[in-house]
Design a protein around this ligand. Structure first.
Ligand SMILES: *Cc1c(COP(=O)(O)O)cnc(C)c1O
Length: 394
């Protein structure tokens, strides 16, 4: 049985060219980039080459890219680093209610340390209203942090409009672009952002490497204090092979983005149509047009997401459900809750994220298998309320 991977928002496989480019940096060019000899210089040069490629992907300057260990670290760095650097100016932060956990958790941490965070609501498509951002800015506001694209429902936020407002009001603006950079065009100038988090493993780069873009002139306090790497802003020895892979993944993404998108959108639409045509009692989550080219999020009433995942796995199909996104606990997705999906339906969600290695046959297979699974599981669930009633009579 062919295994089908439809969970590219969790992570992607490394592109073969990425793996190939990383190889020498484990073997021959293993020097410490800070060393003053050939081995070190070569490693240092490779990092700077990669920095230029990552910068180019988001239209930044190379010196505005700070390499980190992940998108999670980049988000922590942005939030805590700006909070600390501007604590004398104010202690108010604006974020959306559908941010990734790696945003919400440091925000909660900051709240415990005396910061005030306003979590903006979203509409039923998951979009933040830019006017709502404007209305919530006060003298105390030091940072606005709204994600570029949502990893669960694929909705793209009106970042450029929010960026304009932030600029006009003189408030620093961060966006978490871990789900979008490398997949859709991202331009730090067109979006008017001051900080941006990105992650290599979301677009065929290696795991454990990310970057924070920090616009020239923006002050930020480091999270990690140590030596001189990344000009003292993020110290600790650089993940040289990872950074090299990140660079190549960025270069490939920039070059192939249009082609990849043209390939993915018809596959995504075929999957969605196939599911909607064959399965009843179904909700389609996220924005109809302002969405990632590779995301399909549906909720199927009366069927538990977890059971669907297990049944799909038995058929060799790997996908995700919002109810399992949160560390294997059956906690309802905060994103689906925020867009108004009732909890019992939210726990029936299925999240498909497609990748460049998926084929039409993969999609055909899902369309063939899923309706049968849903039928079987909903028959079971139709029996359960009956049993429940009998129980309560005893
Ligand atoms: C994946 C992801 C992250 C976390 O990035 P890691 O590199 O996996 O730590 C943060 N935000 C969003 C929106 C993501 O999709």
């Amino acid at each position: 049985m062919k295994k089908i991977y439809l969970d590219h928002i969790a992570t992607t496989p490394c592109h073969p060219k990425v793996v190939e480019a990383m190889g020498p940096y484990f073997r021959e060019i293993f020097g410490n980039p800070q060393s003053d000899h050939e081995f070190g210089w070569q490693a240092k040069m490779a990092i700077e080459e990669a920095r230029a490629k990552v910068a180019s992907l988001i239209n930044a300057l190379p010196e505005e890219i700070i390499f980190t260990s992940s998108g999670t670290e980049a988000n922590n760095f942005a939030l805590k680093g700006i909070a600390h650097a501007f604590e004398k100016k104010g202690k108010h932060i604006i974020a959306s209610s559908i941010e990734h956990r790696s945003e919400l958790t440091p925000l909660r941490f900051l709240e415990k340390s005396g910061y005030k965070v306003t979590y903006l609501p979203v509409d039923s498509y998951g979009r933040v209203d830019p006017d709502e951002v404007r209305r919530n800015i006060t003298q105390e506001t030091i940072l606005i942090s709204i994600m570029h694209a949502n990893n669960e429902i694929g909705t793209i936020e009106p970042i450029a409009e929010i960026g304009k407002i932030a600029k006009e009001k003189g408030v620093i603006f961060h966006t978490d672009a871990a789900a979008s950079a490398g997949t859709i065009p991202v331009d730090v100038n067109k979006l008017s952002v001051d900080l941006m988090s990105i992650s290599a493993h979301k677009f065929y780069g290696p795991k454990g490497v990310g970057a924070l873009y920090v616009r020239k002139g923006v002050r930020i306090t480091p999270l990690i204090h140590g030596g001189v790497q990344e000009k003292g802003r993020r110290t600790g020895i650089e993940n040289v092979p990872g950074i090299v892979g990140f660079g190549v993944a960025s270069e490939l993404a920039e070059k192939e983005m249009e082609e990849r998108t043209k390939y993915l959108i018809p596959l995504r639409d075929k999957l969605l149509k196939g599911i909607l045509d064959r399965i009843g009692h179904i909700y389609y989550n996220g924005h109809p047009t302002e969405r990632l080219p590779n995301n399909v999020n549906v909720a199927i009433e009366y069927v538990e997401g977890e059971s669907m995942l297990l049944s799909m796995m038995k058929e060799g199909i790997a996908t995700a459900s919002a109810s399992t996104c949160t560390m294997m606990s059956l906690e309802t997705s905060h994103v689906l809750t925020a867009i108004g999906v009732p909890p019992q339906v939210a726990n029936s969600s299925l999240l498909f994220s497609l990748g460049i290695n998926n084929t039409e046959e993969d999609i055909d297979r899902v369309i063939e298998v899923l309706p049968k699974i849903v039928e079987r599981l909903s028959e079971m669930s139709a029996i359960y309320p009956g049993i429940g009633k009998q129980d309560s009579n005893i």
